[in-house]
Ligand binder design. Structure first.
Ligand SMILES: [Zn+2]
Length: 125
């Protein structure tokens, strides 16, 4: 049984999920929608928002206030996509992972610890 599961896991790991252009459009619409939703509460000034096909990060925020999101977010449960959106939005105010940063995240998503843990079980490959 254990062997079986190991094999399945390896098989899944080897697959490279492809994000087709239609999905790219879908993820863009969805992310813009979620950014707008959460920013009603945070009210931060947002620069450009780009969606990229990346391997290593779910999202990032630049010092110029530009947000970058991974197209593979479309494959995650919505609550985890929301966590990534809120995380990057909070970096607009705190470009670090200080206590103040996490307090800000917590204000929007009180269960962020659980979501953060869950997100770590997903790998982009
Ligand atoms: Zn971060």
């Amino acid at each position: 049984m254990f062997y079986f599961w190991t094999k399945v896991k390896r098989h899944i790991k080897r697959q490279r999920p492809k994000v087709v252009p239609a999905d790219l459009h879908r993820v863009r619409v969805l992310i813009l929608n979620r950014v707008e939703f959460f920013n009603k509460q945070l009210n931060f000034k947002i620069g450009r928002i780009s969606i990229r096909n990346q391997r290593t990060r779910w999202g990032s925020c630049s010092s110029k206030g530009n947000l970058n999101f991974n197209s593979h977010l479309i494959n995650l449960p919505l609550e985890l996509l929301d966590y990534v959106v809120v995380h990057e939005l909070c970096h607009l105010k705190q470009l670090n992972h200080s206590q103040d940063f996490w307090l800000l995240v917590e204000q929007v998503l009180p269960n962020f610890r659980q979501l953060r843990k869950q997100l770590k079980t997903y790998h982009i490959q």
